[in-house]
Design a binder for this molecule. Structure first.
Ligand code: ADE
Length: 251
């Protein structure tokens, strides 16, 4: 996978891309990341990249020319055949499913917006996708780009040691992850659940599944609408619902 990141602040990426999983993925040649400074594609003595909005109002808007020039300069003959993703709060919401779709591509361009916005012609005539990482407004697309690079990189085969690791993640199957414990079995009287200490594989699997279902039901019930559920899962959820119903009517 090759990422081209277009930004006014390439220095922001130095720490996050030089540690841990992404660092190792880069060293192994599984991922390559090229940072491109949009200012290098701006013209004129001052290399201006922003301007005031037509129609007035506060703030500055990123000009279209340097961004078009950067994408076309970076992609050259590949312009038009590589997804060009603009990070913006107006985009579709990023999710594990979107991460999986992106991980199938050999190359991605990520454009980090800044200031109060990006000229609409970039949205319409240059970006092939617009992605938001959540319903809040950040100062720019740099942190969202890092989020996407991280989420996508760990899905690339070979990046994580254990091929089962991403399969069991929260959201991988549309459920939150079950609780995890490691030694010691008793810490300050807080005990690891007996089911996990039993060494009984089928019991552990069942306990984990039920915990994942219970957590999702309590914390993110809307996820259950799209989760793949077996008959046994559904029976357990019905049990939770009737326990709650019982507690409510007796309380
Ligand atoms: N730029 C500013 N806020 C953003 C967000 N939530 N997602 C993606 N890009 C952004």
């Amino acid at each position: 996978m090759h990422f081209d990141i277009l930004t006014l602040f390439p220095g922001m990426f130095e720490g996050p891309f030089e540690e841990s999983i992404i660092k190792r993925a880069r060293e192994a040649g599984l991922v390559t990341i090229a940072l491109h400074n949009i200012r290098d594609y701006a013209t004129g003595r001052h290399r201006v990249t922003d301007d005031t909005p037509y129609g007035g109002g506060g703030g500055m808007i990123m000009k279209p020319e340097p961004i078009f020039a950067a994408v076309e300069g970076v992609l050259g003959e590949h312009t038009g055949s590589v997804p060009v993703i603009l990070l913006t709060p107006q985009g579709k919401l990023f999710s594990q499913q979107v991460a999986r779709q992106l991980a199938r591509q050999p190359r991605l361009v990520l454009i980090c917006g800044r200031y109060e916005g990006v000229d609409e012609r970039v949205h319409h005539h240059l970006a092939t996708d617009e992605i938001s990482i959540g319903d809040y407004v950040l100062s720019g697309g740099e942190l969202p780009a890092m989020v996407i690079v991280d989420a996508v990189t760990r899905l690339i085969p070979g990046v994580l040691g254990d091929p089962g690791a991403t399969f069991e993640d929260s959201h991988a199957e549309g459920l939150l992850e079950y609780p995890q414990y490691t030694r010691p079995p008793d810490y300050r009287g807080y005990r690891v659940p007996e089911e996990l200490l039993s060494g009984h594989h089928a019991e552990i699997t069942r306990w984990r599944r039920q915990q994942a279902l219970r957590r999702t039901w309590l914390r993110r019930p809307e996820l259950l609408e799209h989760a793949r559920l077996s008959k046994e899962d559904q029976a357990y959820l019905d049990e939770l619902a009737s326990e709650e119903e019982g507690a409510r009517s007796s309380g």
